[in-house]
Design a protein around this ligand. Structure first.
Ligand SMILES: [Zn+2]
Length: 282
């Protein structure tokens, strides 16, 4: 299609993608990808995000401590984050957030959580709040992950100092009724290809209520694989046998979301470009 595409949220630094990175970069260039926000999630991967952003000019690097990684953070995490951000004046803050799913609903043997200490919500809130304050202070584009903790997130968003440019609620899975309130506080909402699953009709409907100037599109690759019929680009499974999402599936995510919203693809693509640049360009 070779239209200007933007992936509002992925993890190109992930070790699952590393063996295929040259091929992935070529495929993304072939699609016309103009920008991608690459999110660090723990202290160990910030250097890799930084390195990739020096290599690929289309990367917007973002640094943060993901709620899944809060429990294993080092005593120096905040100092390390401040230093990393000051070395990248144009970077974002993220992926940060709140996750009650890992506490209440995740299976004890979930491979993705193995070796992680699952931080209780109060501890997650403390770490999230410190990172949000840094983002607000530097007016940095901020990427928020939230699962099953919408009430707690709303309380923080309603009362905290926020980056004036706004923030992204990535793969928004909250209630449609909360879209308006979050948007009033500066939220953008990114649609993930995993929401194309037949059983995810609620999330597709929610995106019909998002103001057009606050819509974004994302893959979260290598996480959140698309349902099989829409998986245009494929990668071999991870060493632990998990499906690996290919970042080039951003293309089909654009075309499918435009069709869900009943919008001509060209107009939709231009709208997403405008939104992406408003939130993430420095
Ligand atoms: Zn993510």
């Amino acid at each position: 299609m070779n239209q200007p595409l933007y992936d509002a949220h992925n993890h190109l630094q992930d070790e699952w993608l590393a063996p295929h990175l040259d091929q992935i970069a070529e495929q993304l260039a072939g699609l016309g990808l103009r920008g991608a926000v690459v999110n660090g999630t723990c202290e160990e991967d910030w250097a890799r995000v930084s390195e990739l952003s020096r290599h690929f000019s289309w990367i917007v690097p973002s640094f943060g401590l993901h709620p899944w990684d809060v429990g294993n953070r080092s005593p120096d995490w905040l100092r390390n984050l401040v230093a990393t951000l000051s070395g990248h004046p144009n970077s974002g803050v993220g992926e940060i957030g709140l996750d009650r799913w890992i506490l209440d609903r995740a299976r004890p043997d979930d491979q993705r959580l193995s070796g992680l200490r699952r931080a209780p919500l109060a501890e997650q809130i403390e770490v999230f709040t410190a990172q949000l304050a840094l983002a607000a202070e530097g007016n940095r584009p901020t990427t928020i992950h939230c699962l099953d903790a919408w009430g707690a997130l709303w309380e923080l968003i309603r009362t905290a100092k926020l980056p004036p440019r706004g923030f992204l609620l990535h793969a928004y899975s909250g209630p449609a009724e909360m879209v308006h309130g979050f948007a009033e506080h500066g939220a953008y909402f990114s649609f993930n290809g995993a929401f194309l699953d037949e059983r995810q009709a609620r999330h597709r409907d929610t995106f019909k209520t998002v103001p057009p100037e606050r819509l974004l599109v994302e893959t979260d690759a290598p996480a959140m694989p698309l349902p099989n019929p829409w998986r245009t680009y494929k990668l071999p499974p991870s060493p632990t046998g998990q499906p690996v999402n290919h970042p080039a599936n951003i293309e089909v995510t654009y075309t499918r979301l435009a069709s869900v919203l009943g919008l001509p693809l060209d107009d939709f693509t231009i709208q997403i470009e405008t939104n992406f640049l408003r939130l993430f360009a420095r």
